[in-house]
Design a protein around this ligand. Structure first.
Ligand code: NA7
Length: 539
């Protein structure tokens, strides 16, 4: 046992991150009688919904499935205002949960965990924070989020720009006054689209630097009245069962429809019906072939391309907004509201930075190969180092002192079901690589399932009088092989995106999320638990 381990405060578990997963993790661990200390870099709870307060931030999952299921009292007392609430409402909900279940006092805020070292003789993690505190924990739960490590690509002459630069994932709490200003946005993913459509009416000039156009679906976002809320609350138990039994943790699922056998008219009617729902149902509630079969995928792609063209007045701009290099749904499909109409405004300019790349930043803005764009404020909607990024930026050291970051860089990312990593006993993660939660899941569905599994596992180890658990070599190898096999059955690896890790320079190109379905993943996790973690090494 090292000196650091013996002198530090001894607890059962450290939870890193106070988002959806971390808050639930603390709650469940306490219920099971384990002592717990949470750490959170932000000033309060919320995770993604604490950091991402950029203009227009809102969920793409319906409110009634983007919530906790563990307390019927909570479900019955909380009133969602609309189908896809904006960031302040989700943040308020998470604060309400933290207060109601007395979760807040188990977190230390404004504190970042910088290192965690496994002490194999003591079978404990020595966890160090940026305040130089040290805690010794039996279990370490990394609830650090799949999309929380901002990606800020380096542009030449970055520091020359005299205006303000801000990443959407680090938006200041007091906001930024952008009215009448010359604003630039780099990035047209789900975040960039929300920012652009929200800012277009109010800023002076909006210049959008687009590298890749994306497919989108128009969001249908009705307000809820009391009757609608009452119906959703009455159906909550059934809804919980439903989301736990679908491919992506949503209420809708793949349908048994032979789109290709239909007449062109019938096929259009079917696509129109899916599209009219105004949700991700057009994608992951349609037919599985959309992600597996090139010809089916082309039908969806063409349908959405036509929808985009019809909304943009200038045909040249329309062509730039139509995706050219990938198929529908092989990257995350954003929901949008009047996004394309923004480009019909005279104060909005679209710059194709694939054709005319950004050469450098200047004192007054951005220089592309085609000319200079003056800016007061530049918004980076450039995404995140997904899945592994938030975990790897902490100095995690396993059984033989090896660094997880170096291990993943050298040997490739490896996990067992995105829950544990061989060589790092008692380390658990949510939204980790090779789990559905890393991308292909309504996040609350999958992180609640993962937290249930993790906390049951930790409690089992403790109750059985043992000290450590980690996956055996075979189970990890098998999971990775299965993950890759399923991934390669889909069309997703055919394009570049954060799903593939290819948005980060030097990162291994590999599908991050398990594509075999959240319901099948849950069944596999339940089976492991039922067999008392067969294939794992418990010491
Ligand atoms: P995304 O989806 O990773 O989008 C990032 C955007 O930034 C995307 O359009 C990128 O273009 C663009 N980007 C990144 N680096 C550059 C450089 N160097 N030059 C120009 N453009 C660049 O992140 P989001 O935040 O929108 O969404 C992440 C997830 O959060 C989302 O999927 C939801 O699940 C919630 P590219 O496509 O790489 O050509």
């Amino acid at each position: 046992m090292t000196a650091a381990t013996t002198s530090a405060r001894q607890i059962d578990a450290v939870v890193v991150g106070a988002g959806f997963a971390g808050m639930y993790g603390v709650h469940r661990l306490r219920e099971k009688g384990l002592s717990v200390q949470g750490f959170e870099a932000g000033h309060s709870v919320g995770g993604t919904w604490y950091w991402n307060r950029y203009p227009g931030a809102r969920v793409d999952s319906q409110a009634y499935i983007y919530q906790y299921w563990f307390s019927d009292e909570l479900i019955q007392e909380w009133d969602w205002s609309e189908r896809f609430p904006a960031q302040p409402e989700t943040e308020k909900y998470l604060n309400h949960v933290a207060d109601k279940f007395d979760i807040r006092r188990f977190f230390q805020f404004d504190t970042r965990v910088v290192a965690a070292i496994w002490d194999d003789s003591a079978k404990r993690w020595t966890v160090r924070t940026d305040r130089d505190e040290v805690v010794s924990a039996r279990f370490l739960l990394m609830c650090t989020g799949g999309l929380s490590a901002p990606n800020t690509p380096p542009f030449p002459n970055h520091e020359a720009f005299r205006g303000q630069i801000i990443h959407t994932g680090r938006w200041p709490k007091d906001g930024i006054d952008l009215a009448g200003k010359k604003v630039g946005v780099i990035g047209t993913g789900a975040t960039g689209i929300q920012v652009i459509q929200t800012l277009a009416p109010s800023v002076g000039q909006l210049t959008v630097f687009q590298r890749t156009a994306n497919y989108t679906i128009p969001m249908r976002n009705p307000k809820y009245d009391d009757a609608a809320r009452a119906a959703l609350k009455a159906g909550a138990k059934a809804m919980e069962r439903q989301v736990n039994n679908t491919f992506a943790g949503f209420d809708y699922d793949w349908q048994d429809v032979d789109l290709m056998a239909m007449s062109p008219e019938a096929r259009k009617r079917q696509l129109d019906a899916w599209y009219a729902d105004g949700s991700l149902g057009f994608w992951i509630g349609s037919i599985q072939g959309v992600l597996m079969d090139e010809s089916i995928n082309a039908v969806f792609s063409d349908f959405v391309k036509r929808k985009i063209r019809a909304r943009v007045r200038d045909p040249k701009v329309a062509e730039l907004l139509v995706p050219r290099d990938h198929g529908f749904g092989t990257r995350r499909v954003p929901l949008e509201t009047r996004y394309y109409e923004a480009f019909n405004q005279s104060n909005v300019k679209l710059v194709d930075v694939k054709a005319t790349p950004i050469v450098s930043f200047t004192e007054h803005g951005i220089r592309t190969s085609d000319g200079d764009y003056p800016l007061d404020v530049l918004i980076f909607a450039t995404g995140f180092d997904a899945g592994s990024g938030a975990i790897a930026r902490i100095d995690l050291r396993g059984e033989s002192g090896q660094s997880l970051k170096d291990d993943w860089a050298k040997n490739g990312i490896h996990t067992t079901m995105g829950l544990q990593v061989r060589g790092y006993p008692n380390l658990f993660m949510t939204m980790g690589p090779f789990s559905p939660a890393a991308a292909f899941c309504n996040v609350p569905t999958c992180v609640q399932q993962q937290i249930d599994w993790i906390t049951d596992c930790a409690a089992h180890v403790k109750a059985s009088g043992r000290q450590a658990i980690q996956p055996g070599a075979e189970i990890e190898r098998n999971w990775i092989a299965h993950h890759d096999e399923v991934a390669n059955m889909t069309l997703v690896p055919k394009t570049n995106s954060w799903y593939m890790g290819s948005n980060i320079a030097g990162k291994e190109r590999r599908l991050l999320a398990y594509a075999g379905g959240a319901q099948n993943y849950r069944i596999a996790c339940d089976a492991l638990k039922a067999k008392q973690y067969e294939g794992f090494e418990i010491a």
